[in-house]
Design a protein around this ligand. Structure first.
Ligand SMILES: Cc1ncc(COP(=O)(O)O)c(C=O)c1O
Ligand SMILES: [Zn+2]
Length: 393
């Protein structure tokens, strides 16, 4: 395995800390020749089951048993939306309750291999929570930069609990991202663990492997939210590698969904713009409130090569779908995570088997679900009063 520029094919050894190509400035990926993996050993469960596909030493792993998340059939919603077979792969069931843990277990293992003293990220909250947990477990100092305002309270609580140094930057996520990249470039000891780090994405690709194993092959379509677009890039890479290793036969269409107020990739793809950027992104789905996605080129390739698409949904559609998924199927996820459900509710999909990736747990952002005043009944502690409150008499 080697690091490779996605644009000009320049190569860099796995031991080199490099996030963008010296020659052309584009992002890198880990080249894995899945054809040559031979008889792949898959042992145990979760991310490390797929150690043969990962570019780090599994015997030194920093792990909290990430991956192996719930794969839930959604027959009620499938019927409502006119879909044959619909599943939710619920990444909220990871150790810090988001998909970031799949990447962080590999990324922090790499940080230890590289002899880093500290790990750092810019984050809308979930990366911070995950980095704080895995960094702390590895005995590293964790530095997390969050944008001013609009970070969900549950995520901040997690970073506090895990003992990270939390810095709120006077600016949005994109400003925080720029300055943390400057910090890691300046200070060799601070290892950057945003999704521009290709090792982190290697962990995230394992979701594709789990989905293929659960279904016996890849689905026809996979729908997921896009922010910085690391996850869509990673999962698409995973589907291709599993197929190349002879472990699945087909590839899904990749459908990336963004919030209307923060949709640089959907605009770039659908309106033929020459720059993938929106200034001042805004949405209730704070996890995907991103205007300058670092992995846009990988995401555009995934959408194009898979004959997929990029779409948008409104905040109102997101909030409605959040309640519907929780109420009808018992799966409560945060607003960003439900963008795929909102998309399917609105448009359906021309595919037999569709998998939605719900990326983070609903309790991370309780304010979102409580924006609509909940109906809470009141009763005296007597049977009469209780029956009256419930309208049973
Ligand atoms: C809950 C949730 N969903 C989706 C995303 C977007 O993932 P990506 O930036 O890899 O596109 C994030 C990123 O922070 C997230 O926290
Ligand atoms: Zn290059």
């Amino acid at each position: 395995m080697i690091q490779r520029c996605i644009q000009c094919d320049a190569r860099y050894p796995l031991e080199q800390v490099v996030f963008t190509c010296d020659a052309c400035g584009s992002v890198l990926e880990i080249a894995v020749d899945a054809n040559s993996l031979g008889d792949v050993q898959m042992c145990g469960r979760g991310v490390w089951r797929y150690a043969s596909f990962l570019p780090v030493d599994a015997s030194k792993r920093v792990s909290l048993s990430e991956g192996d998340t719930g794969f839930h059939p959604c027959p009620t919603l499938a019927k409502m939306y006119g879909i044959d077979r619909m599943f939710v792969k619920n990444e909220g069931e990871n150790p810090t309750c988001s998909f970031k843990d799949r990447g962080m277990t590999v990324g922090v293992t790499k940080a230890i291999e590289m002899g880093a003293k500290a790990v750092a990220c810019a984050s809308t909250g979930n990366t911070a929570a995950s980095l704080a947990a895995y960094g702390g477990r590895a005995g590293l100092n964790a530095v997390v930069l969050i944008p001013g305002g609009n970070v969900a309270m549950g995520k901040i609580a997690q970073s506090v609990a895990h003992g990270a140094q939390i810095v709120q930057v006077d600016g949005n996520f994109d400003d925080a991202m720029r300055v943390v990249r400057e910090l890691s470039a300046e200070t060799g000891d601070v290892y950057l663990l945003n999704s521009i780090n290709p090792f982190r994405l290697e962990g995230q690709k394992t979701l594709a492997f789990e989905v293929c194993e659960a279904l016996g092959d890849a689905p026809d379509a996979l729908v997921l939210p896009m922010g910085n677009a690391g996850n869509i890039s990673a999962i698409w890479k995973g589907f291709r590698e599993f197929r190349d290793a002879g472990l699945s036969t087909k590839l899904p269409r990749m459908i990336g969904v963004q919030a209307e107020g923060a949709a640089p990739i959907a605009k770039f793809v659908n309106d033929n713009l020459d720059k993938c950027y929106v200034s001042e992104p805004e949405t209730i789905a704070t996890a995907i409130r991103i205007g300058a996605p670092v992995n846009w080129a990988k995401a555009v390739a995934a959408i194009h090569d898979s004959h997929g698409l990029a779409a948008t949904v409104s905040d109102a559609e997101i909030l409605a779908a959040q309640r519907e998924l929780a109420h009808r199927e018992g799966v409560f996820v945060e607003p960003a995570s439900v963008a795929p459900i909102a998309y399917l509710k609105k448009h359906g999909v021309d595919a037999e088997t569709v998998v939605c990736v719900t990326t983070g747990h609903g309790l991370k952002d309780p304010d979102a679900i409580l924006r609509v005043e909940p109906t809470i009944l009141h009763a005296q502690p007597t049977l009469d009063s209780l029956q009256e409150a419930l309208g049973l008499r």
